[in-house]
Design a binder for this molecule. Structure first.
Ligand code: NAD
Ligand code: WQD
Length: 349
């Protein structure tokens, strides 16, 4: 490894994944150098090629498990890393109930290693990918950052909450060496408008938008809408869907905030649009903007689902100067464009 004296790159763990690849693009747009660490457990080098095509330069990439302390120490030292956006981890709620130990091992292990390595190096600013799932069933909507957290229903959600607590404790004890922003994402969907990066689930998608795009592509026969008897405007579940490009831009703003205002602090921000949308509204919008029919059938509620939640994103607007700009139409159009583009590239090999 060559020591790079001139640049202070941003380390992006999980940077070949769905959200991470979009953050890599936005970091490049903000003129920041990026070092990606990803073990490709849920991603492929195609994402790195997509990032390179969009930004015009190859990202620095290490195929490394973020729990590998020696490798992480070396990368931090070599690139003079102080800024880290930490996304590496496992994200399936359903899988986490079947393999809780693996989820605790990976999701907590990556964070512990990162904190240890940054403490050893003497400084660190961490942006952590948390989730609105830490709010469990919120007492009221829109959900502010002050809402009670930790009432999670599943091991995945608990790993997010435990990570938040660990980061709090370690920053507090670090005598100003570390600081952190915990970003609680609502429901990221969509893709970069180029279609060169996007969400590429392996197996049957758990989440709504990738399922819809696979129905649109003819890979699945129809969408099953889980529950039409919720106390919501049309009976289907309501969520705060946010364009992944807006979400990625929120990370750049959070990093800038951490550099200028965050020393020694841990601050939490919701990243959402502030608008709740029902499953039927998503289906209707997808059909309209893409001119494609999505056959669907109502099915029983999915265990663990809640009726409705959406963010109060005003803290991020006030303090980070960030707000979501892209519309639901953009999300649906870009998700479908990426499905088609990535599919045709995969066929060409
Ligand atoms: P993703 O699976 O596409 O990205 C995660 C990346 O981490 C993958 O590229 C995977 O290969 C990598 N990875 C997994 N274990 C690793 C390890 N031990 N070492 C190095 N790399 C490893 O998921 P995503 O949707 O991009 O999510 C990114 C982060 O955001 C995750 O932490 C996730 O929990 C969080 N999050 C996602 C959502 C969502 O709806 N997608 C919502 C809230 C929070
Ligand atoms: C959205 C709505 C479903 C699929 C999950 C995680 C959460 C966070 C984001 C990481 C719900 C309905 C879905 C389908 C459907 N991830 N739906 N048919 O459940 O809000 O959040 O992803 O942190 O932790 O729990 O997102 O996209 O799965 O569901 O009707 O085939 O779509 O019931 O109302 P969810 P989702």
């Amino acid at each position: 490894m060559q020591k790079n004296e001139n640049s202070r790159a941003v380390l992006l763990t999980g940077g070949a994944g769905y959200i991470g690849s979009h953050i890599a693009v936005e970091l490049a747009a903000a003129g920041k150098q990026t070092v990606i660490v990803d073990n490709l457990r849920n991603a492929s080098e195609d994402a790195l090629r997509g990032i390179a095509e969009i930004t015009g330069s190859e990202p620095v990439f290490y195929r490394v498990d973020a729990r590998d302390k020696d490798a992480m120490r070396e990368i931090v030292k070599c690139h003079g890393i102080a800024d880290v956006i930490h996304l590496a981890g496992l994200k399936s709620v359903a899988e986490s109930t079947k393999e809780p130990l693996e989820y605790y091992n990976v999701n907590l292990g990556t964070t512990l290693t990162l904190l240890e390595v940054l403490l050893e190096s003497g400084e660190g600013r961490i942006i952590f990918s948390s989730s609105a799932t830490v709010y469990g069933i919120p007492d009221h909507v829109p959900v502010t950052e002050e809402a009670i957290a930790g009432r999670c229903f599943n091991p995945y959600g608990r790993t997010k909450y435990f990570n938040e607590q660990i980061i709090n404790d370690v920053v507090a004890a670090s005598e100003g060496k570390l600081s952190a922003v915990l970003l609680r994402y609502f429901n990221p969907i969509g893709a970069h408008p180029s279609g060169l990066i996007g969400e590429v689930p392996t197996g049957v998608p758990n989440n709504l938008m990738p399922y819809i795009t696979q129905v649109a592509a003819g890979k699945r026969e129809k969408l099953y809408i889980y529950g039409n008897d919720y106390e919501t405007r049309d009976g289907t579940g309501v969520r705060d869907y946010i364009h992944v490009v807006d979400l990625a831009r929120g990370h750049v703003k959070a990093l800038e905030w951490l550099e200028s205002h965050g020393k020694g602090k841990v601050e939490i921000f919701n990243l959402g649009t502030g608008q709740g949308r029902s499953v039927l509204e998503i289906v209707e919008t997808f059909q309209r903007v893409n001119n494609i029919k999505i056959p669907y059938e109502f099915a029983p509620r999915r265990p663990g689902d809640i009726a409705e939640y959406y963010a109060d994103p005003s803290k991020a607007e006030r303090e980070l100067g960030w707000r979501a700009e892209l519309s639901l139409e953009d999300m649906c159009r870009d998700a479908w464009n990426a499905e088609k583009t990535l599919q045709s590239r995969a066929k060409k090999g």
